[in-house]
Design a protein around this ligand. Structure first.
Ligand code: SAM
Ligand code: SF4
Length: 342
């Protein structure tokens, strides 16, 4: 359905759990996370009921995220359940890759077609520093497997962190040369308890692009992966035809592309088609969590499908025109990224 600003909302990001086996510095504190009690998390039956209702309102594209979505044991059954819903066109996954070698094959069979794997560094010690755990080998294995299994596209999410991985940007860009990998540099967002840390390490997409331009003759890409209309359809980010500077580039002759996710410096709110559902059943129309609505509470209290549809529809209709992330303070910053799902 359309929201009040004329945007067609057809994409739902579903956080399957707030838990994760990593502790990325920009996402979670080193320790002391307050996990959702298990009884407050949606069961598979509850989740699939809500997702069925979402399809009735025109949601056709889903992304499974987290926390770490593969930390949820019934992730394959959930994907199968979504695949069986009427009208579903696309199921995608955002994962840190650690458990992907175990689940990637079954998820493909269950109907997951696209995968984003998070990879901020290709150096083992640095991986341990950023994620506060080991695991680079598994993530690299996940990338190989995703390509081998025919996931299309396979994207790498690389959060750009000044002073931490900015000396690897060129290496990441090179990954696109020989394989159809789509590397996306993500601007660091000041969220959760790591908010003050993130502000000091921010590096803009423009600066990343300038640094890459010193090494390569980047050219803008205008293909099915990147056009704003196609991105809208695919549930992805706006591409070069969206507002602001071009966001997808390519090294001439490369098989993959280089993207820039500019949540802060170049808002893509105009073409935003997404909603988020948290693992405890809160529907959020926009990053920042100031407008979320509870669906699980009413569902458990016996709400009818129509009552739940009304909440869904009202949340979609009132999706804010734009995010207010730069206005969030330590007091209002809300959920950790791990609970929002990125
Ligand atoms: N655990 C999965 C993963 O890491 O891909 C899925 C959830 S994670 C929250 C989704 C994406 O958000 C990841 O690509 C992660 O790098 C990114 N992310 C987390 N915190 C962020 C932050 N503060 N700024 C920008 N991106 C962030
Ligand atoms: Fe876990 Fe993903 Fe957050 Fe890293 S970014 S701590 S992998 S949820």
């Amino acid at each position: 359905m359309m929201d009040e600003h004329g945007r067609k909302i057809n994409y739902l990001r579903v956080s399957l759990t707030d838990r994760c086996m990593l502790r990325c510095q920009y996402c979670m504190p080193a320790e002391g996370m307050d996990w959702l009690p298990l009884e407050r998390m949606m069961s598979r039956t509850e989740l699939l009921r809500l997702l069925r209702l979402a399809t009735e309102l025109g949601i056709t594209r889903f992304r499974l995220t987290g926390g770490e979505p593969l930390a949820r044991r019934d992730v394959v059954e959930i994907a199968e359940g979504i695949h069986a819903l009427p009208g579903v066109e696309d199921i995608a996954l955002t994962t840190n890759g650690i458990l992907f070698p175990r689940f990637g094959r079954d998820l493909k069979r269950a109907g997951v077609g696209r995968v984003n794997i998070s990879l901020d560094t290709m150096r083992p010690e640095r991986f341990r520093e950023i994620a506060r755990r080991d695991g680079l080998g598994k993530v690299l294995e996940a990338v190989d497997l995703a390509l081998e299994l025919g996931y299309e596209p396979v994207k790498l999410n690389t959060v750009a962190v000044r002073g931490v991985n900015d000396d690897e940007f060129v290496d990441f860009a090179r990954l696109t040369l020989d394989r159809p990998l789509h590397v996306r540099f993500i601007e660091l967002m000041p969220l959760g308890s790591e908010h003050p840390w993130a502000v000091g390490h921010f590096i803009s997409a423009l600066e990343i692009r300038e640094r890459l331009a010193e090494a390569f003759d980047l050219e803008p890409v205008d293909d099915h992966l990147t056009s704003a209309a196609a991105a809208q359809q695919q549930g992805g980010q706006a591409g070069p035809r969206g507002a602001g500077p071009a966001r997808y580039m390519q090294i001439p002759g490369a098989r993959g592309t280089i993207g820039f996710i500019t949540a802060l410096s170049g808002c893509f709110c105009d073409s935003c088609n997404r909603l988020r559902l948290s693992a405890d059943g809160k529907l959020n129309p926009c990053l920042g969590s100031l407008h979320e609505r509870d669906l699980l509470g009413p569902l458990r209290a016996g709400a009818s499908d129509q009552e739940l549809l009304d909440i869904f529809a009202d949340t979609i209709y009132h999706k804010p025109a734009e995010h207010h992330m730069l206005e969030l303070t330590d007091d209002t910053v809300g959920r950790q990224m791990s609970a929002i799902g990125g």
